[in-house]
Ligand binder design. Sequence first.
Ligand SMILES: Nc1ncnc2c1ncn2[C@@H]1O[C@H](COP(=O)(O)OP(=O)(O)OP(=O)(O)O)[C@@H](O)[C@H]1O
Ligand SMILES: [Mg+2]
Length: 397
Amino acid sequence: MAAEKDAFADLRLTPRLRSATLILLGLVPLFLLLDLRYQSARRPALAVFYGVHAALSGAALLATFTATGRRRPDHVALLLILGLATNINVFFHRVPANPALISDVLTLLMMSSAFFFSWSALRQVIVCLVTCGGFALAGMMAPHEAAPFGYAFGVLVLGAVVTTTGSRVLGRYREGLARRQTELAELSTRLMSVQEEERHRLSRDLHEDIGQSLAAVSAYLQAIEQQLPPGLGELRARAADARRLAAKTVAQLRQVSQLLRPSVLDDYGLMPSLQTYLKDFQERHGVAATLSSEGVPERLPPPIETAIYRVVQEALSNVARHARARHVRVALATERGELRLRVDDDGVGLPPDGRYPGTGLVGIRERVQALGGSLTVASRAGTSLVVRLPIRGERAA
Ligand SMILES: Nc1ncnc2c1ncn2[C@@H]1O[C@H](COP(=O)(O)OP(=O)(O)OP(=O)(O)O)[C@@H](O)[C@H]1O
Ligand SMILES: [Mg+2]
């Protein structure tokens, strides 16, 4: 649930690049030890090879933590794979003892790069050309037996063909999946805005039409009550009961109308509506609730105000239903063009099995992602929910 453009973590390249480079780094001590055990005669060449390998993978891993690296993970991945292929081929040139083993390693590199990065056909062809071309060049320049090299080269070319075809199939599946996810995200955004409009309309109708009619009924009943002759005491008592019932219904209607769409949110903004909501929450559920804000503008764009309000509603409803908490803290702050909402409770925390049934958290994620933001839910002492939304252009009050 992070702040990137694509809808779901499994389709984002940065986490995949990070896993790939971690695996590549993990291979260094493993294979270095094996090589040192069985090829002790060539220690300097091995040390250079593993050194370059570790430096390339380490640089790619570090790049994934920089803003440029996160913006262009595909470029970093391409440089990483081309660099590693070249390193392996240079090693082969220096130590041409086992062409079949080198071609196996290169085939593995091409296949795993296709699996991890699902490049376009053109990129995959470039990777295959550089890999196979480098191997051919190193093999031709190095002194070795012709037969094993020819066989190894044949296997490598076959591996390149299989990789390119497989990567195209994988790429088509990923594209289809990404398209479906985008469509679903658009659909859920549309549903949320329709739902919001509907709540708005219902709340207005309840408050203005039905509420006002009932208030008028209550006023008529009061007039009847006052004008009834003294002899009709029982009838007066009935009229008084009916008036009280009408007044109670008006109060209930107002409450439902506020829950559907608090007018204070439209009239006075986010902080006053959250204050009212937290006060009600505390009274209803007996959980102490505090609200704080730091540098938050008095008014934010309506979609952001609505989104934050709905997120707090769902987060607090989760606290009441699942957390068994005694305190909940809602904190809003702005930093570097971003609005950050934190909801921390001191309850039992998220289920340890990592299974979250229900649609509340998914709804929050969809809502914030539709506005270009991100959601993180963590469980340490209690549960912490953090939402970040970009609000560039807004000035703190
Ligand atoms: N503050 C919390 N403390 C403990 N567990 C929580 C908290 N918030 C969420 N959870 C856990 O995460 C699960 C998923 O929450 P989510 O809001 O998505 O669904 P839900 O509340 O079960 O159902 P609904 O769709 O009605 O919201 C919950 O079932 C609960 O187990
Ligand atoms: Mg919920």
